[in-house]
Design a protein around this ligand. Structure first.
Ligand SMILES: C[S@@+](CC[C@H](N)C(=O)[O-])C[C@H]1O[C@@H](n2cnc3c(N)ncnc32)[C@H](O)[C@@H]1O
Length: 276
C-alpha cells in the first residue's frame, strides 16, 4: 500500500468513518443541553442531576456531526472530525518539509486518536528524531477553579469522567492496535498545571491544544508556546465551540502581543503558524 493510501485509511479509521458509512446506530451520549428523546429519561435526569447516568442513551447516529467532529463518538479513537485530521496532517508534514525543529504534543488526548495519527505521520516520513508527547490526566477534566479562572465558572466537563476519563493503559493499547507504540511516544500523566511547567521538552514543532477549559488551555500556552519553534504550528481544537478556550487564547495573544492570523479549520478548530 502506498504511504498516501495508508494515511488516508488511517485517518478515516481513527474517526470511525467506515462505521458511519455502514449507517450503524451506536450508543452515543447527547451533547450538553440536548434533551433526551424519552420523557421518562428526562424526568429521571432531573432527579439524578449531573449523574453519570444522564449522558448514556441510544440516539440515532449523526453522520454529519461525526464528520465534523462535534460529537463524543462511541467507538472512534478520536473525537476530531475529518477536517481537523487533515489539518494535523498538513501541520506535521509542513514542519517536516521545512525542517522545523522540535517535538509534537497534544495536551488532552482522550482515546489518543490525534497523537496516534501524529506518530504515524512521523513514521511514514521516516522521521526518527522527534517525539510525540501524550499529555493528559487520564482521569478526565479538572473541577473548575473559578477563583483563579473565572471563565471556567460552572464548567461541568469534570462530571463526565465516565466518558472523558480514558486510562493511560487504554491509550497505550490504542497505540499498540495500530503498531505505533514505541520509544518515540512519551506520556505526561497528570494535571497540566503540574506536568507541563517541568515537562522535559526542549522544543516543539506542533503544539495541539485539546483540553477544552480556560485553565487547561492557558496552562498549556503558558508552559509550551514559548517552546514552539518559529515556523511551527499552534492548533486549538475547541476555539470555536468552547468560549473559555477561545478567551484563554485571546488573553494569551494580547499579553504576548501575538499577531499571527488565526485560521479557522472548521466550526471548532483553529490554528496559526508561529512567525516570530
Ligand atoms: C476533548 S478530550 C480530547 C480529545 C482528543 N484530542 C481527540 O483527538 O479525541 C479532552 C481531554 O483533555 C484532558 N484534560 C482536559 N483538561 C486537562 C487538564 N487540565 N489536565 C490534564 N488533562 C486534561 C481530559 O482528560 C480529556 O482526555
Amino acid at each position: 500500500m502506498s504511504d498516501n493510501l495508508y494515511i488516508d485509511l488511517l485517518k478515516k479509521v481513527l474517526i470511525d468513518y467506515h462505521r458511519m458509512e455502514m449507517g450503524e446506530t451506536p450508543p452515543i451520549q447527547r451533547n450538553k443541553g440536548q434533551k433526551p428523546r424519552y420523557m421518562l429519561l428526562y424526568m429521571l435526569e432531573r432527579i439524578l442531576k449531573n449523574s453519570a447516568f444522564t449522558i448514556r442513551e441510544k440516539i440515532p447516529f449523526n453522520r454529519e456531526r461525526r464528520l465534523n467532529g462535534v460529537d463524543w463518538p462511541a467507538y472512534a479513537d478520536s473525537m476530531v472530525g475529518l477536517k481537523r485530521m487533515d489539518n494535523i496532517e498538513f501541520c506535521v508534514n509542513d514542519t517536516i518539509k521545512n525542517n522545523i525543529p522540535g517535538d509534537l504534543i497534544e495536551t488532552g488526548v482522550w482515546r489518543g486518536g490525534s497523537v496516534i495519527f501524529m506518530r504515524a505521520l512521523l513514521k511514514v516520513a521516516g522521521v526518527t528524531d522527534k517525539t510525540v508527547w501524550v499529555a493528559d490526566s487520564f482521569e478526565g477534566l479538572p473541577k473548575p477553579d473559578a477563583d483563579k479562572y473565572a471563565a471556567d465558572k460552572g464548567d461541568n466537563h469534570y462530571v463526565f469522567s465516565n466518558v472523558l476519563a480514558i486510562s493511560q493503559e487504554q491509550v497505550m493499547y490504542n497505540f499498540e492496535k495500530y503498531g505505533l507504540l514505541d520509544g518515540q511516544v512519551k506520556f505526561l500523566k497528570g494535571w497540566f498545571k503540574d506536568t507541563l511547567p517541568t515537562a522535559p521538552i526542549e522544543k516543539l514543532s506542533v503544539l495541539r491544544l485539546d483540553g477544552d477549559m480556560y485553565e487547561s488551555t492557558i496552562n498549556a500556552l503558558d508552559s509550551l508556546y514559548p517552546k514552539l519553534s518559529k515556523g511551527g504550528y499552534l492548533i486549538i481544537d475547541d476555539f470555536g465551540v468552547v468560549p473559555g478556550c477561545k478567551l484563554a487564547v485571546m488573553d494569551y495573544r494580547e499579553k504576548h502581543n501575538i499577531t499571527e492570523e488565526i485560521i479557522r479549520i472548521d466550526d471548532a478548530g483553529a490554528f496559526w503558524k508561529k512567525l516570530n
